[in-house]
Design a protein around this ligand. Structure first.
Ligand SMILES: Cc1cc2nc3c(=O)[nH]c(=O)nc-3n(C[C@H](O)[C@H](O)[C@H](O)COP(=O)(O)OP(=O)(O)OC[C@H]3O[C@@H](n4cnc5c(N)ncnc54)[C@H](O)[C@@H]3O)c2cc1C
Length: 553
């Protein structure tokens, strides 16, 4: 087979299953062309590797390609959700506001791809269906849905933590007579909700953005709410040339500080609850609440994550704010959380969301006691037999986070072991960068590394891809053919992760942070909670010590 793909791919020459299939031989295949995949591609190409990125999407962007639903926008400040390896690249893009919407973020990703000339080494509209490690040759055989076969020494996953949609949730979805759409598969050509009866299932971060955006366009909006969320009001001031110059002038400072804060955001935990009087605590809470960002969550009082009394006081502060806006006891009952502490679930930012429920055309249906049982041709049916008739159903039902994008692929490592089986028993990894039993599979955004939204992902993904590039360079410089974490090294990381999370109140809750939105998924806090700076230091130490928890051969 002659390759027309990638910068300099060749046909495999050695005797193998891959050769028989006419596989295209590469040094590395990268899965995904989002924030991680683009930078990984740039780095490996700079090292001189023959490398190709593959994405199911028809252009770059990952999350920002797929999530086109109305109201999709950043919860990270735009000027920190950035690549920081090149000041010219940083300075070359002008954000129009503090928390821009999806169209602008997608344009920024196009800007990155254009500036780094990445598209020529990306295969779009192509899904990787299987990846098998060939132990005789120490190489991966990677197959796609269009029948191509790639033979690569390294298989680098940049598949995303939130890219496997939970879109098959209810019995009878296929019977619905109207349009049913998952938020992350919103049609690129748009979906006209004007004058329609629309149902939104889910009130997480995404549901909230959709609801507050479409409420005044639809004829009637029915919101199906199961798990209430603590919400924080967003302030997104517009940026003109002066504001743009001001954040650009901070490039050196941000490059130095962001990688080392607790969450990869510009702010950090600076207050100590125990050191403050009740009046001072209140003052601080009011001040950071008024910031209109995630500060109350990620730069308030760290004790909130560990001390149930502090958690309760801060939770009550947020509840008070929500109750004051909702007023109606029925709305308060359905929408204000009481069963878990503020910050132990993903905290959404919103703009006028709670006020939406005061509109005449908006109906709130609590589905905790009276759950959705199935989708019927007319709409959504609840356990008590009520049917809500709808023209459009928006599934804001989230993702199979962390593991779903890889377990949906047939990935087989040493001894034919399947990743879906391994993770179906126990979700494990070594620093989120490799999994024991899968040599030369290098991973970003998988469990046991810091991840959304306990991390500003641009910060974390840069660090992870840089670590991967360095380790690949190291293996090649040593003349090695494989790298794999040792069983003991992996166990040590899992133990460290568990020790860290067990002190954190997040581990006492349920929700997608623990995989409990996916039936049968083993329970584990998916994100590393020891802090982005600490995590980075441990990764750096591992490299500096010559990768003692990995076997290179
Ligand atoms: C609605 C939404 C809002 C968010 N907002 C923020 C925010 O404000 N701040 C923040 O830090 N993070 C946010 N996140 C998290 C976000 O996912 C990350 O910030 C980041 O974009 C992830 O980049 P990535 O490259 O790791 O993965 P992704 O962007 O998810 O890209 C992965 C790519 O892999 C491709 N892929 C997966 N499987 C296959 C396969 N088998 N074959 C081929 N291609 C495949 C997908 O098509 C996708 O394009 C948000 C996430 C969502 C869903």
């Amino acid at each position: 087979m002659t390759s027309t793909i990638g910068n300099s791919a060749e046909t495999a020459e050695t005797d193998s299953e891959a050769t028989d299939l006419g596989a295209i031989r590469l040094d590395a295949v990268i899965l995904g062309a989002g924030v991680a995949g683009l930078y990984q591609l740039h780095q490996l190409r700079t090292q001189g590797l023959q490398v190709l990125a593959i994405d199911s999407a028809s252009d770059v962007g990952g999350t920002w390609f797929w999530n086109r639903y109305p109201g999709a926008r950043f919860d990270s400040e735009a000027y920190i959700y950035q690549y920081l390896f090149d000041e010219d690249l940083y300075r070359g893009w002008n954000w129009s506001e503090k928390f821009p919407g999806q169209p602008e973020i997608e344009q920024w990703m196009h800007y990155i791809a254009d500036r780094l000339d990445l598209r020529k080494d990306i295969l779009f509209d192509t899904t990787i269906t299987s990846a098998h490690f060939d132990e005789q040759r120490d190489r991966w055989t990677i197959r796609t849905d269009s029948g191509q076969v790639f033979d690569a020494q390294f298989f680098v996953s940049c598949a995303g933590m939130l890219s496997a949609p939970m879109d098959q949730v209810f019995e009878g979805q296929e019977t619905f007579r109207g349009q049913l759409v998952h938020t992350s598969r919103w049609p690129a050509t748009g979906l006209d909700v004007t004058g329609k009866r629309v149902g939104v299932v889910g009130v997480g971060a995404t549901g909230i953005q959709v609801i507050q955006t479409i409420a005044d366009q639809v004829d009637h909006l029915t919101v199906f709410a199961r798990t209430p969320q603590y919400v924080l009001p967003m302030k997104s001031p517009a940026y003109g040339p002066a504001e743009q110059e001001a954040y650009k002038a901070r490039f050196a400072e941000l490059s130095t500080t962001l990688p080392h804060t607790f969450t990869g955001f510009e702010y950090d935990f600076v207050h100590t609850w125990a050191d403050c009087t009740p009046e001072r605590r209140r003052e601080i809470l009011e001040e950071i609440y008024a910031d209109g960002s995630l500060k109350l969550w990620l730069a308030g009082f760290a004790e909130m994550f560990f001390d149930p009394r502090v958690s309760e006081e801060i939770s009550e502060f947020v509840r008070e704010k929500m109750r004051a806006r909702l007023q109606d006891p029925r709305l308060i009952d359905i929408l204000v959380p009481t069963e878990y502490g503020f910050g132990t679930h993903r905290v959404p930012l919103e703009r006028g969301y709670l006020e939406v429920y005061h509109r005449d055309n908006v109906e709130l249906v609590g589905v905790r006691a009276n759950p959705i049982t199935r989708i019927v041709p007319e709409g959504i049916e609840l356990a008590d037999g009520t049917v809500h008739e709808l023209d459009i159903i928006v599934m804001a039902t989230g993702f199979d986070a962390g593991t779903g994008s890889l377990t949906r692929i047939d990935i087989r490592g040493r001894d034919g072991r399947r990743l879906a089986d391994d993770w179906g028993r126990d979700i494990r990894s070594t620093m989120g960068l490799q999994v024991h039993g899968y040599p030369n599979l290098l991973t970003t955004a998988i469990p046991l590394a810091p991840s959304a939204a306990l991390c500003n992902m641009a910060t974390c993904l840069q660090q992870q891809t840089e670590w991967i590039s360095d380790v690949i360079a190291h293996v090649r410089a040593q003349g090695g053919s494989t790298i794999e974490p040792t069983a003991a090294g992996e166990q040590a990381w899992v133990d460290h992760h568990e020790e860290t999370v067990s002190a954190n109140l997040i581990s006492k809750t349920s929700g997608w942070y623990l995989g409990s939105n996916v039936p049968g998924k083993p329970r584990r806090v998916l994100s590393y909670t020891g802090g982005v700076g600490t995590y980075r230091a441990r990764c750096d130490d591992e490299a500096a010590a010559g990768y003692p928890n990995f076997l290179i051969k």
